[in-house]
Design a protein around this ligand. Sequence first.
Ligand code: ZN
Length: 307
Amino acid sequence: MEKSRDRLVRATACDGMVRCVAAITTNLVDEASRRHRVSPTVSAALGRTLTAGVLLGSLLKDTEKVTILLQCTGPIGGITVEADAHGNVRGYARNPQVDLPLTERKKFDVRGIIGGGMLYVLREADYYRTGLFRDPYCGSVPIVSGEIAEDVAYYLTQSEQVPSAVSLGVFVLPDEERFFRVEAAGGFLIQTFPGVADDVLRNLEASVLAAPYITEMIRRGMGPREILQTALGDYAFEILEEKEVRFACTCSSERARRILAALDPEELRAMLREDGGAEMTCHFCNAMYRFDVTELRALLPEGEATH
Ligand code: ZN
């Protein structure tokens, strides 16, 4: 069966006092898990953070990007996720293979591999898209939960002063060929603005609490619209945007070549002598770029190319 594509819906409710986004990210979390060969628990942790990236990315201006950085005291070490306003997200975990047994409730011990630490969120102009450099906006909070959704909600509420509810989830199933595969992943974000009525707040809190697990809704076949409706309870919403989201990296062979070309020629000569070429791996997507002797020599100052 062909899986449907990952998608996101951004909407507004209660006369603009409520902003909400929901996304299905099953394929992109599966792709990230495959690319980085992560353990099931890291798949859950990285997948939740990628999904948070997609949700926050949808709130950006056209030319901005957002980076979510978890500096963790737990065995995963850290997670870095970068997303733009166009549904592109990429990310990695510092220690992709670490794992822990399931918790007593048969859930991934995400809190266990994250431990404590700090959560940073950076918003900046996308340099590659605009050629502009502006000082980034950076906020941070201590990691209070380790389950990621609560931490992102805490960050938005405390650091950005926008009361927020966040739900994130990844569900995996055993797979004969690949050990496991991501069966469902996604999340939603509900934010309220100053002046929202108390009864609206109370009703939203109740409907968010009463909503089934996000992965359960996705496995039942619900799309982002149905998920938003469940989270909002009886409130109607108006869709502002509906789009595809995907795992996408900005690395390329050409970019890797430019990094090599900027090295000291002596370093290039050492690579030629000792390694007979060069290999570069992209942290974000695990793509490897190989440069053979001829390609490497071509990067040396003129006159050496033929030696
Ligand atoms: Zn890459």
